[in-house]
Design a protein around this ligand. Structure first.
Ligand SMILES: C[S@@+](CC[C@H](N)C(=O)[O-])C[C@H]1O[C@@H](n2cnc3c(N)ncnc32)[C@H](O)[C@@H]1O
Length: 163
């Protein structure tokens, strides 16, 4: 799961405030969609998640938001969903997941921003990328943490269309 500071970097990489609709592919616990409307001014955010337990968590989180009317959580397979209304699409699905989504995302119009966490898309050149390190708490919940590297890649529809 993306930690909050990385989620913020993911959303802020996309100029989300300028957008009408953000879709988070594989939204997990919903932190990105909630953050998109609450902190970055997205008019609408949709999370798509295949794990029903995570959907329940994300739905709870969305309902708890004062801007819940702008957030939707869908229990679905992201490969079967239409992103026609999205202006920003976030994805953090791994090598295989990105490969599976590539054709679908390539069909989106020029103005759409695609923000990929940690993984690139074969043959696509990011318009921008952002790397850094962050502290990850140890799994056992001890106070110690370790430093981990991260990367966020921003693709513009225009760049995608050329591929
Ligand atoms: C690495 S997590 C990212 C979660 C969240 N986007 C974040 O950044 O915190 C990937 C998520 O994708 C979901 N997922 C995997 N395959 C999926 C599919 N075909 N359709 C929808 N969600 C899927 C997983 O259940 C998991 O919650």
């Amino acid at each position: 799961m993306v930690r909050m500071e990385l989620a913020a970097r993911t959303v802020s990489s996309s100029d989300v405030a300028l957008t009408s609709a953000l879709a988070d592919i594989g939204c997990g616990d919903g932190r990105i969609v909630v953050m998109a409307v609450e902190e970055f001014g997205a008019r609408k955010a949709v999370g798509i998640e295949i794990d029903r337990h995570l959907v329940a968590t994300a739905t709870q989180k969305a309902h708890a938001s004062p801007l819940s009317d702008r957030i939707s959580i869908l229990l679905d397979d992201c490969r079967r969903v239409s992103y026609a209304d999205a202006t920003v699409v976030c994805v953090y699905m791994g090598v295989t997941g990105n490969a599976e989504m590539r054709a679908l995302l390539a069909s989106l119009p020029e103005h759409v921003r695609i923000v990929s966490h940690s993984y690139t898309f074969d043959g696509w050149t990011p318009a921008a990328s952002s790397t850094g390190t962050h502290q990850v708490p140890t799994a056992d919940g001890a106070s110690e943490s370790y430093e981990s590297e991260f990367a966020v890649y921003l693709y513009h529809g225009q760049g995608v269309a050329r591929c």
